[in-house]
Design a protein. Structure first.
Lengths: 111, 113
């Protein structure tokens, strides 16, 4: 079945460092891909999405490009801030529009 | 967009008791989803609730343990029955995932003692 694999955390970086959180997927067809973020004490919220190959989703300085050839959707940010500390989830929507989730990556940004 | 109010936000319950979690949406939605998020782990779908029909449960989850109601297009409840410490988790409701954005309640943090 469909699945999502993302890098294990926690990922600890200093402020203004470059961030990459890897996400790869296995799916039949052409799923939509998502990054969700869960800030401490808050609910999950959509960070960005891409619905077809080569689409780039972006929001709040974060970017991810839908790479069909490598079945990847890596999350990147050029300069992280302490306020980016959160848990990040990669997910795909399968052919039944059900969300399949990665395990989540905890990001810790130190000042 | 959709705004979801979920309550209670947290509870501490005795083993053997039941807890009902409520999820209220500010708009009518066809499908509502209930997830469990165990400490340090990803989200696991418990069931999908459509208005006017029985909920569809995922493998490993049964109606007797997690009965769900969906009386209308804006409201759903999930009951965690006969609780044990293994049921300690965060429970989340969500609406209309898929190719468009999924919206989540803030979750219910359940501790069973």
């Amino acid at each position: 079945g469909d699945s999502v694999t993302q890098m294990e955390g926690p990922v600890t970086l200093s402020e203004e460092a470059f961030l990459t959180i890897n996400c790869t997927y296995t799916a039949t067809g052409y799923p939509s891909l998502f990054w969700y973020v869960q800030y401490p004490g808050e609910g999950l919220q959509l960070l960005l999405k891409a619905t077809k190959a080569d689409d780039k989703g972006s929001n709040k300085g974060f970017e991810a490009t839908y790479r069909k050839e490598t079945t990847s959707f890596h999350l990147e940010k050029g300069s992280v801030q302490v306020s980016d500390s959160a848990v990040y989830f990669c997910a795909l929507a399968d052919s039944n529009y059900q969300l399949i989730w990665g395990a989540g990556t905890k990001l810790i940004i130190k000042p | 967009s959709a705004v979801i109010s979920q309550k209670p936000s947290r509870d501490i319950c005795q083993r053997g008791t039941s807890l009902t979690i409520q999820c209220q949406v500010d708009s009518q939605v066809t499908m509502m989803f209930w997830y469990r998020q165990q400490p340090g782990q990803s989200l696991t779908l418990i069931a999908t609730a459509n208005q006017g029909s029985e909920a569809t449960y995922e493998s490993g989850f049964v109606i007797d343990k997690f009965p769900i109601s969906r009386p209308n297009l804006t409201f759903s409840t999930l009951t965690v029955s006969n609780m044990s410490p293994e049921d300690s988790s965060i429970y989340l409701c969500s609406v209309d995932g898929g190719s468009t954005e999924a919206f989540f309640g803030q979750g219910t943090r359940l501790t069973v003692v």
